[in-house]
Design a protein around this ligand. Sequence first.
Ligand code: DP6
Length: 329
Amino acid sequence: MKSTAAANANIALVKYWGKRDSRLILPQNSSISMTCDGLTTKTTVEFSEKYGKDTVLINDEELVKDERDILGHIERIRSMAGIKEKAKVISESNFPVAAGLASSASGFAALTLAAATAAGLKLSEKELTILSRQGSGSSCRSIPEGFVEWHKGIAADGSDSYAESIAGKNHWHDFSMIACIVSEAKKKVSSRAGMAQTVATSPYYDGWLRTVDEDLRKIREGILNKDFSLVGITAEQNCLKMHALMMTTRPSIIYWIPATLEIIHHVQAWREEGIECYFTIDGGPQVKVMCLEKDEKELNKRLLDLEGVKKTVLCKPGDGAQLIGEHLF
Ligand code: DP6
């Protein structure tokens, strides 16, 4: 009853921002992301009678304040499998947690696959995405490989709200994402709280919902045709629309710091100069720069030269969640 899984973070090209059901984690809109090979979480789960309670260790720190309800997710899996044993969980990510680099996505995806397997459940990829979604929405997009769409679904029980790959990891190797880390501080407002506040108070939320289907169509088309300009322009616009929602909620949420803006302005200037690149930003200050492989080296050098950039991680379309033989304990 012990399993280990590895899952990559995913970066959304069309964002998920707002729920229609917060208990089942059902989104207001569909979203599309890229599973990123450089941002990985590994998680080992063991269910055993020798454990008196569930314990979770994330990057060597014991979980005390369970803000993401990780214990609730373990309990969900335990009750699905009809087992009683408590769990020991050890999880390690190779990038900063909780600062807008989608650590909860890779974390919940790895936890879901490892725990479901350790508990003896035999689930299809689609069923795993539905299960992972209930832990953290965006994590369902870290189960499949490459470019992934999370279908919002319409059923009240969430049975049609799942994620699937729309293009595998080898479809578009030329597509690069440079994740720029500008701060390792934990963010003040979680995505969960931020999106609930947005749906409730942003005057522009209807406008978001009205235009998101068009963005989804363009991103799907751009990925399938490997049309970098179409994907880049649409993803950048979609990100700015999401941040406009965040900024116009009450109280307003501004995840950007000066280094975030520094990168935005440089990306736009480099583009004018002829190096095609675009940015996207999630619930935190980090900026992810999209470019083609031929420009990756030069852009990475320029990004690292900026004062506010502490570190970069180069990402390509990556694997979905996988079981691995090497346990963390
Ligand atoms: C800005 O998936 O972390 O990264 O479902 O409440 O756990 P919960 O939220 P979460 O939100 C991610 C929001 C985002 C956009 C995205 O990844 O699509």
